[in-house]
Ligand binder design. Structure first.
Ligand code: NAD
Ligand code: UDP
Length: 314
């Protein structure tokens, strides 16, 4: 095995911290960069004693220089409440962050992977979503700072590849959950589990008929590693998600059942532009990466519930 030096932006976040851990376990040297907007020191504190791990507080909207072999670009708030908190900053993070990291990759000849999102498909009119679908995004809506920021980042990646031969990899991540999500992150799985464990009302936005396809974080990390190692001329974008689709109502009932909760379900207004359905077509990931998700919803929820339960008790 060749020990690589790897930069992970957004490395103190939910996905980033687990990626750092996996890369260290695989024998690589990891530099984690984060401004701690939605990330937490608690996610990486156990790695700080590792001589092959380094943490740097930095904002990706500012240029950054380092010598590494590979870059995973994850820095960006992912939960709607957090990315809408400062919409301009979110867009700057996606766009200027991509420019800064691509500029770095170009200069040091590093391979770079972009954590894009199923949100590039917006409220999709094609179902399930294939990579060739261009999407249905409102450019001036509540979600546009995130959706359009991520779309622009894909454009930048593709053009740095075309014009400057930067070695790029783009993955489109579908709803991912698991341990180390922030308990007040606002996304549906962490909200429902936290509410159920505390016997608080479960907040369903809208009628609960909207669907999502939930992927356990370990499957995503495996997909990211495989994509980074994929054949040189495969740049993506490739969908990484679990194709089993559930309504939000089904998710609420599952969480209540698995936690044995006394919580009641209540309805809240549906935020504007909330996508009605989402399900990845993963044929490309299967063919190119020999990847498919291994952990189904019940198993993943049980692990995630155990994590939040321990967190509440501590
Ligand atoms: P997260 O909010 O837990 O992690 C994002 C991290 O980026 C945080 O640690 C945050 O502090 C950091 N960050 C934000 N702005 C920054 C900036 N300007 N400079 C430096 N660091 C900054 O979210 P996550 O779920 O771990 O998502 C990680 C990546 O994966 C994001 O790019 C997200 O868009 C993408 N993604 C995630 C999902 C999902 O379901 N989890 C789905 C699609 C795409
Ligand atoms: N949602 C919900 N209750 C919550 C949080 C979210 O009903 O407490 C809904 C939300 O309106 C959306 C779905 O769950 O339809 C997924 O929301 P999340 O924020 O997790 O992800 P995204 O909408 O970005 O896919």
């Amino acid at each position: 095995m060749i020990r690589k030096k790897v930069l992970v932006t957004g490395g103190a976040g939910f996905v980033g911290s687990q990626l750092c851990e996996r890369l260290l376990n695989d024998g690589h040297e990891v530099v984690c960069l984060d401004n701690y907007f939605t990330g937490q020191k608690a996610n990486i504190v156990h790695l700080l004693d590792n001589p092959f791990f380094e943490m740097i507080r930095h904002d990706v909207t500012m240029p950054f220089f380092i010598e590494v072999d590979e870059i995973y670009n994850l820095a960006c708030p992912a939960s709607p409440i957090h990315y809408q908190y400062n919409a301009i900053k979110t867009m700057k993070t996606s766009v200027m962050g991509a420019i800064n990291m691509l500029g770095l990759a170009k200069r040091i000849k590093a391979k770079i992977l972009q954590a894009s999102t199923s949100e590039v498909y917006g409220d999709p009119l094609v179902h399930p979503q294939v990579e060739s679908y261009w999407g249905h995004v409102n450019p001036i809506g509540e979600r546009s700072c995130y959706d359009e920021g991520k779309r622009a980042a894909e454009t930048l990646f593709v053009n740095y590849h075309k014009q400057n031969n930067v070695r790029i990899k783009i993955i489109r991540i579908f709803n991912t959950y698991g341990p180390k999500m922030h308990p007040h992150d606002g996304r549906v799985v962490s909200n429902f589990i936290m509410q159920a464990l505390q016997n608080e009302d479960i907040t369903i936005y809208g009628d609960g008929h909207q669907t999502r396809s939930f992927q356990y974080v370990d499957d995503l990390i495996e997909g990211m590693i495989r994509m980074m190692a994929s054949r040189e001329d495969f740049t993506g974008p490739v969908n990484i998600g679990n194709p089993y689709e559930f309504t939000i109502m089904e998710l609420a009932n599952k969480v209540i059942e698995l936690t044995n909760s006394k919580s009641k379900i209540i309805r809240m207004p549906l935020p504007s532009d909330d996508p009605m359905q989402r399900q990845p077509n993963i044929d490309l990931a299967k063919a190119e990466l020999d990847w498919s998700p291994k952990i189904q919803l019940d198993e993943g929820l049980i692990k995630t519930i155990a994590y939040f339960d321990a967190l509440i008790k501590s």
